[in-house]
Design a protein around this ligand. Structure first.
Ligand code: UDP
Ligand code: MG
Length: 322
């Protein structure tokens, strides 16, 4: 039906043994309905329950299941990265293993992707999670929309579909899976959303505590790393320039105080120490900041991320004669 030949469904799994069979069977029913070939890549992220055993049993029955086994629990971002690396589909579908984001929504997301977007994310319009969780998530969404300028309602929805161009290039560390739409959009990929149905968690329990302060820190960190056009040396030197101005003014003030008001005790014991320490502080800022900026610039040169750079390129036309 669509412009895709093969899909890769990628599932990060941490202790979700009970839901796996139902998850596979419902996904399989969806793809037979679509008439689309799919591979099912289960990434077992160091589960200590029966996940691995269940996956082996399922794989014996359904050969389109692939399993990636982490040695330990390395987190959802790393699990997704491993899945993306193995996947071969021209479209990848990421889905949580707990059946909260139901596989029956996949056709709607693929239809939207087929309109030409690079990524489509689900929007859990009537989310079946506790109020506290929805509140924290709402705040996270508002902050992300403001700081990173991504206009989707539900940036952390696990159900996403992405074209190969995009998913093969994502570079996720820490908990950056929550910001995939922001990273993709910043690189110039197009992102859209589709409302999906959402179910309460039937088995097992949530793997994340309520207050995900690291998610907020990730937003700040990503905002600064995306500002790759801004060079630290420039910013730090501009701050240093202001510091030099404050230093000069307080130094002149100090000299005047000592020359003109040297008989007044308040000038000698209050004004001049204040001016002295102000000028000293700003002298230190003015001299060290450009050096810090220069060091950061050099670090950025050495740690410049190959993969991030490749996300910025849409097409390469190599020279024809070599
Ligand atoms: N998950 C994972 N590794 C982890 C934590 C979670 O692979 O370290 C998986 C988990 O099994 C589930 C998905 O990531 O498939 C989302 O986790 P969860 O449903 O607990 O998050 P919530 O929906 O509560 O935000
Ligand atoms: Mg969940």
């Amino acid at each position: 039906m669509m412009g895709f030949e093969k899909a890769s469904v990628i599932i990060p799994i941490f202790n979700e043994a009970e839901s796996l069979e139902e998850l596979y069977l419902r996904t399989e029913a969806v793809f037979s309905g679509l008439g689309l070939t799919f591979e099912f890549i289960a990434v077992n992220d160091g589960s200590s329950d029966l996940t691995y055993k269940r996956l082996l049993e399922l794989r014996a029955r359904f050969p389109n299941i692939g399993i990636i086994n982490h040695r330990a629990n390395h987190g959802k971002s790393m699990a997704l990265m491993q899945g993306f690396a193995l996947a071969e589909g021209d479209v990848a579908i990421t889905m949580d293993a707990d059946l909260q984001d139901e596989p029956e929504n996949i056709p709607n997301l693929l239809d939207k992707l087929d309109e030409g977007y690079d990524m489509v994310i689900g929007w859990r319009a009537s989310r079946k999670d506790p109020l506290s969780k929805r509140f924290v998530s709402g705040v996270f969404n508002v902050i992300t929309r403001r700081l990173l300028n991504v206009h989707v309602h539900d940036i952390n929805c696990g159900l996403k579909v992405m074209r190969k161009d995009l998913y093969k290039r994502l570079n996720l560390r820490g908990d950056l899976h929550r910001l995939i739409p922001a990273m993709s959009q910043a690189a110039g990929f197009t992102v859209s959303e589709v409302a999906i149905t959402h179910a309460p968690r039937k088995y097992g329990s949530s793997k994340y505590q309520l207050l995900r302060h690291r998610g907020l820190l990730d937003i700040i960190s990503l905002t600064s790393t995306l500002a790759y056009r801004v060079r630290p040396f420039h910013i730090f030197t501009e701050i240093a320039f202001i510091a030099w101005c404050v230093f000069s003014i307080s130094l002149v003030g100090l000299i005047f105080t000592l020359l003109i008001y040297h008989d007044s005790p308040s000038a000698l014991y209050v004004a001049s120490p204040v001016l002295f320490f102000t000028s000293l502080t700003f002298l230190i800022i003015g001299t060290t900041f450009p050096v810090i900026g220069l060091i950061l610039d050099n670090l950025l040169v050495h740690f410049n991320d190959e993969r991030w750079r490749s996300t910025l390129v849409k097409e390469v036309l190599p020279p024809e004669s070599c």
